[in-house]
Write a protein that binds this ligand. Structure first.
Ligand SMILES: Cc1cc2nc3c(=O)[nH]c(=O)nc-3n(C[C@H](O)[C@H](O)[C@H](O)COP(=O)(O)OP(=O)(O)OC[C@H]3O[C@@H](n4cnc5c(N)ncnc54)[C@H](O)[C@@H]3O)c2cc1C
Length: 451
């Protein structure tokens, strides 16, 4: 709602959206501004009559456009990116309609994935007040050891990077559950049906599409999604080992598959792992069809074959969950923003999980978009939240880090999928080179920590 400047530092109840608003000291010359603050006490001198006095003045055309929208932002999607965005917008004081998919009629198997989250993602989850509860389902990574298929090796350690941990391994299901819980109590967030079922609250200044890689709204917006299938699937499961993990994440480039063991704290706080095993899709289907004992035998054999020392270092691995698989692809939306809309998370980009960066990129999108909207609100408050120029700042800021991460994961994958001898030599020698080249290693870890 729009309040007159100087109205006792103007506080008032908007009769349209029923939210309380506050004027800011740096009002534009015409003295009107759209304010977003949590419920506030009546301003000094204002009568507390329930409907606080406020006045609408003539507004510039750009502002008038905003007044047609029932809510500030409509967030469409049901995953971690959509929920984080809805929470972050609500914390900034914007009203949000959250268009989420209806609960499945048949219960889905639990998500057995563990996500490696970087420092920036953890900082966002901390600001969203989700991190304290999530920490019970999270394990810090102090060291990371990556091995090639012919003696190449690369290692990173938190103390060398002057950080307390390289990443946190978190339970994917717990993350989504806690974000959903936080949203139940978030002010100014209303759950509305998905966009396919028309609803007045879908009408917003900005539509944020966070519907994942199969986003149907992206297609309706006419945005192409260039997708390149890897022909591989990411097999995920939870494991328990006979030896403690000591906070070490391990990854083997075995050509054609990539095997990763991520230290985790459930069920055994010291000796559990999340498995991410990228294998050709036919092999993934075969692995999924195996009985638990057979799967464990295949996995333990693969591990010891890649690295005989693991027999003592990791010990024997046992399944503690079902086995799931996801098809892997590299994909990028041809446009991320347009008038009144923005794409975030996997709806905008999809990367191979070998570097554990997909969700980190999505959460960095959330962080950046909210920063851009906040700055625009302070500097150009007459602009709509869906202003294309404002949104293109978000797209520009995210383009480079996303392309760098897509290129890095794709390049590594291609390098390690070639069976020819010269490639094997080059990639293993390359790992040794990166290991010795401090600045390059520092750059790689910097990208991973920040997405
Ligand atoms: C095996 C594996 C391991 C991974 N490991 C990591 C890791 O370690 N670290 C990391 O950062 N990333 C990792 N990722 C990537 C990560 O899973 C994704 O990047 C992340 O889940 C993307 O989140 P999102 O919310 O954008 O999309 P999604 O998680 O796909 O969520 C989108 C949601 O929106 C729903 N939806 C779709 N259409 C609509 C609609 N019209 N209306 C409402 N809702 C809709 C979908 O059903 C879905 O629930 C991994 C991925 C895989 C496959």
């Amino acid at each position: 709602m729009f309040l007159k400047e100087g109205e006792g530092m103007g506080a008032g109840l908007c009769l349209r959206c029923q939210n309380h608003h506050f004027t800011r000291p740096m009002c534009p010359p015409w003295g009107l501004i759209h304010i977003r603050l949590p419920k506030v006490a009546p301003a000094m001198g204002a009568e507390n009559t329930g409907a606080w006095p406020h006045q609408v003045f003539s507004v510039p055309p750009e502002v008038a456009e905003n007044m047609g929208s029932a809510v500030d932002v409509c967030v469409s999607g049901s995953g971690a990116v959509a929920m984080s965005l809805a929470l972050a917008l609500s914390a900034e004081g914007w009203s949000v309609s959250w268009a989420k998919a209806p609960a499945p009629t048949v219960p889905l198997p639990p998500d057995v994935r563990t996500y490696a989250l970087n420092a920036r993602a953890i900082a966002l989850l901390t600001r969203l007040r989700v991190w304290p509860a999530l920490q019970a389902f999270a394990t810090p990574v102090h060291d990371m050891v990556i091995r090639g298929d012919q003696g190449g090796a690369l290692s990173f350690s938190a103390w060398q990077q002057h950080v307390t941990e390289l990443a946190w391994i978190v339970d994917a299901a717990a993350l989504e559950c806690l974000l959903g819980e936080a949203l139940r109590y978030a002010p100014r967030v209303e759950v509305v049906p998905p966009l396919s079922t028309p609803h007045p609250q879908h009408e917003a200044q900005l539509l944020a599409v966070c519907e994942g890689k199969h986003a149907s709204t992206r297609a309706l917006l006419g945005v192409e999604f260039a997708r390149q299938d890897y022909g591989h699937s990411g097999v995920a499961a939870r494991l328990k080992a006979t030896q403690p993990h000591h906070g070490v994440a391990r990854q083997w480039f075995r050509s054609p598959d990539i095997l990763a063991l991520l230290p985790f704290n459930q069920p055994d706080p010291h000796a559990s792992y999340g498995l991410v095993w990228s294998v050709p899709t036919a092999r993934a289907q075969q692995l999924q069809s195996l009985a638990a004992a057979d799967f464990e035998r295949e996995l333990n054999d693969a591990l010891v074959k890649s690295d005989p020392a693991m027999r003592d270092v990791v010990g024997h691995l046992e399944l503690t969950s079902g086995v799931s698989a996801w098809p892997l692809a590299l994909a990028q939306a041809q446009r991320w923003t347009g008038p009144g809309w923005a794409l975030l998370g996997d709806a905008a980009h999809q990367v191979h999980p070998l570097a554990g960066q997909g969700l980190n990129l999505g959460l960095a999108d959330v962080d950046t978009l909210v920063d851009v909207l906040r700055e625009a609100g302070a500097q150009e408050p007459w602009r709509s939240l869906g202003d294309e120029r404002t949104l293109s700042r978000y797209a520009r800021q995210r383009a480079l880090p996303t392309q760098a991460m897509s290129g890095l994961t794709d390049g590594l994958l291609r390098l390690f999928s070639d069976e020819r001898a010269p490639f094997k030599d080059v990639r293993n020698a390359g790992m040794g080179l990166v290991q010795r080249l401090g600045p390059l290693k520092q750059w790689l870890i910097g990208r991973a920590l920040d997405a």
